[in-house]
Design a protein around this ligand. Sequence first.
Ligand SMILES: NC(=O)c1ccc[n+]([C@@H]2O[C@H](COP(=O)([O-])OP(=O)(O)OC[C@H]3O[C@@H](n4cnc5c(N)ncnc54)[C@H](O)[C@@H]3O)[C@@H](O)[C@H]2O)c1
Length: 253
Amino acid sequence: MTNQKERTVIVTGAAQGIGYAIAESFIQNGDFVAIFDLNMEAAENAAAKLGNAKGYSVNVADEEQVKKAINDLVSERGSLDVVVNNAGLQFISPVEDFPLEKWNQLLAVILTGTFLITKHALPVMKKQKKGRIINISSAHGRIPDAYKSAYVAAKFGVVGFTQTAALETAKEGITVNAIMPGPVRTKLIEKQLPELAEQDGTTVEEALNHHILGKQWMKRLLEPSEIGATVVFLASDGAAAITGESIGVTGGM
Ligand SMILES: NC(=O)c1ccc[n+]([C@@H]2O[C@H](COP(=O)([O-])OP(=O)(O)OC[C@H]3O[C@@H](n4cnc5c(N)ncnc54)[C@H](O)[C@@H]3O)[C@@H](O)[C@H]2O)c1
């Protein structure tokens, strides 16, 4: 919990999945959420369902779009208190077949997108002398998995970026942390299971157990709200001394 009433929060990729659940957790906490998503229609629908939220059409990998959306938001709201870099995507392929175009796309959205949003949020937060940035890495930010080279490289990269940004801003009332979710019940997981099964020549259930739940101690998919709760904690007054950390929310791994 925090003492400040109705903070302004950006959650990227919040039109669905984990981002939507993070947005819902902030709104339940009394905050306003700007949904920055590539899919404007889905972002507007999500905002309408969530209530105290607004959709913005933003490709996080495009600097002009990021700059404009943050400027518009800050003019409308007068502040920017919390940023959650959550937008992401997956592509499955062995390294030798991995298309360069897909490698570039994953790095652009996951790593460059996190950099660009942070780059343009920091001047506002520095002026305010406060701010919270939370980057959604992954358990694959510390443990690799076969066929996910671009995703794993980008998620490890997010951890390094988080530590550097935290170091640069530590004396300015700003904290920067990463969360490393384990397997969460979302479309991203549902979509990759048949592809992993095909690569391995196994059933979808075997792929779930081998790639997703095999290494996890609790043997269950996590609920998106369990990630939302940790993000809201990191943005709370009680977490003021936590910076540069990467916190696993994995169910044990
Ligand atoms: N699902 C999991 O089990 C899991 C585990 C660990 C980490 N994560 C991470 O959590 C985050 C959310 O995952 P999810 O499962 O909810 O995914 P999802 O595919 O359900 O949602 C991703 C959202 O990001 C948006 N997006 C994609 N590219 C974008 C871009 N260039 N600009 C703006 N928005 C863009 C999509 O439109 C979508 O709304 C991702 O960073 C993912 O890597 C997911």
